[in-house]
Design a protein around this ligand. Structure first.
Ligand SMILES: Cc1cc2nc3c(=O)[nH]c(=O)nc-3n(C[C@H](O)[C@H](O)[C@H](O)COP(=O)(O)OP(=O)(O)OC[C@H]3O[C@@H](n4cnc5c(N)ncnc54)[C@H](O)[C@@H]3O)c2cc1C
Length: 400
């Protein structure tokens, strides 16, 4: 049986970039991909536009139980930009430093990476799901239809997030079989669920808000941005941003809560004055509130206040204070996430203290390498996860 110098498991972002960079150094590479198509996750990234990297790369945007690891391998933005351009992927900067391909089309990124890989002689076998890896003199990989031998093996099979597109635990299983500890994976950049039925009544309502996450009374995180209420709880960009901390906290605490300031651009005093000064003589309270806030929110807030009065003429300063408090401290109980199927990324993975950051090689087994999301490194929303996938591939190729 042929002994392949390099086999890469997974034709996603990190696997494809690793294959290209190794092939550029003259290495003979075979990529085994279980899907009929490579780079499926890239094609849906950034809502199909692919937020390919970020213009402001700083270590604090990457998370791990071993933060020094990511700091050691994260490549500067201009280098990634140059690399992408050298492959034919030109970029433009969107809001807040987010970088997209100029084509605004994630599928074009996959087309170009696949073309480059094949052009450099990389062999890509699709429909090859690696089920098992053994190591004697060489690595033996088993798929449902074939066996492969490899001198060097690169694990680029991703993590558990978004299994609909091919993610699997094979990388973690292989790592474990070679005695690598695993930081338990958890969903991140994910929607949060709430047990409060009244929250479901707000489904479809979207608002810019400042969100503060509390667990057992301790503040865990804060961010400002979109919150989108849903039939299960909350979503929206600010919720995704805070979800990493919620996901982690919920693995220790049973209940967490988000306090949402739904009027972040209004001080309490200004809001109080606005409501007080516009109080009509005789109008249904819900209708008066609809002049300022969404109808669904007005209904839920009035439900929370349990007002016995119906019309504005019966409202006093105490009632107004209570309304202002609700608008500035709207509490949403959180009891879970929408799980890996809703998560853009998994936190946790192969413990990076067992990986050499200069080469991405296992410190426990020679000729075994790990790149991308299978490792215990996750990035913030905004292009940081693909940035890590590219960076780890660059580091691998530098070391070989
Ligand atoms: C909806 C969504 C939107 C996202 N948007 C962005 C964004 O805009 N910007 C950003 O930076 N990040 C984004 N991400 C995250 C980013 O896509 C991932 O972090 C990144 O693709 C991880 O790359 P990877 O190569 O490590 O893993 P993957 O891209 O998951 O690739 C792993 C590959 O391995 C294959 N595989 C798995 N098991 C096997 C097996 N047993 N045998 C053979 N092959 C196997 C899989 O099919 C897959 O092709 C998004 C993720 C999702 C789900």
């Amino acid at each position: 049986m042929k002994i392949h110098p390099y086999i890469i498991i997974g034709g996603g972002a990190s696997g494809l970039m690793s294959a290209i960079l190794l092939a550029q150094k003259g290495k003979e590479v075979l990529v085994l991909e279980k899907n009929a198509q490579i780079g499926k996750k890239i094609t849906i990234s950034g809502n199909g536009k692919c937020n390919i990297t970020h213009a402001h790369i700083t270590p604090h945007r990457f998370h791990s139980q071993n933060p020094h690891f990511a700091q050691n391998i994260i490549v500067e933005y201009p280098y990634i930009k140059g690399l992408l351009e050298s492959l034919g992927i030109f970029t433009h900067e969107g809001k807040e430093g987010r970088i997209y391909p100029m084509s605004q089309n994630a599928a074009s990124v996959v087309d170009i990476l696949e073309y480059q890989a094949l052009h450099l002689g990389v062999k890509i076998e699709k429909h090859q799901e690696v089920l098992d890896v053994k190591k004697e003199k060489f690595f033996t990989l088993t798929t449902p239809s074939d066996s492969f031998l490899a001198h060097k093996l690169v694990i680029a099979s991703g993590n558990l997030a978004y299994p609909q597109l091919g993610s699997s635990d094979i990388g973690l299983t292989i790592a474990q079989s070679f005695h690598h500890p695993i930081i338990p994976p958890l969903p991140s950049l994910v929607q949060l669920t709430s047990p409060q039925k009244e929250i479901y009544q707000l489904a479809g309502y979207k608002q810019i808000a400042t969100l503060t996450l509390y667990c057992n009374g301790d503040q865990k995180a804060q961010t400002t941005g979109d919150i989108l209420f849903a039939s299960y709880g909350v979503s929206g960009l600010a919720v995704l941003d805070i979800s990493r901390f919620a996901s982690l906290a919920l693995s220790h605490y049973e209940h967490c809560a988000i306090k949402a300031d739904l009027m972040p651009h209004w001080s309490k005093k200004a809001l109080h004055n606005l409501l007080q000064s516009t109080l009509p003589n005789d109008k249904p309270i819900a209708l008066w509130l609809e002049g300022f806030i969404h109808k669904k929110l007005a209904r839920v807030i009035l439900g929370r206040l349990k007002l016995t009065v119906q019309t504005t003429q019966s409202l006093n300063a105490k009632h107004i204070n209570a309304m202002v408090y609700e608008l500035k401290n709207f509490e949403i109980e959180i009891n879970g996430t929408q799980g890996f199927k809703g998560a853009e990324v998994a936190m946790g993975g192969v413990d990076t203290t067992t990986i050499n950051p200069q080469t991405m090689e296992s410190k426990l087994l020679k000729n075994l390498y790990f790149v991308g999301e299978v490792l215990d490194v996750d990035g913030d929303r905004g292009g940081f996860n693909l940035h890590f996938a590219w960076s780890s591939a660059i580091q691998l190729a530098r070391g070989l």
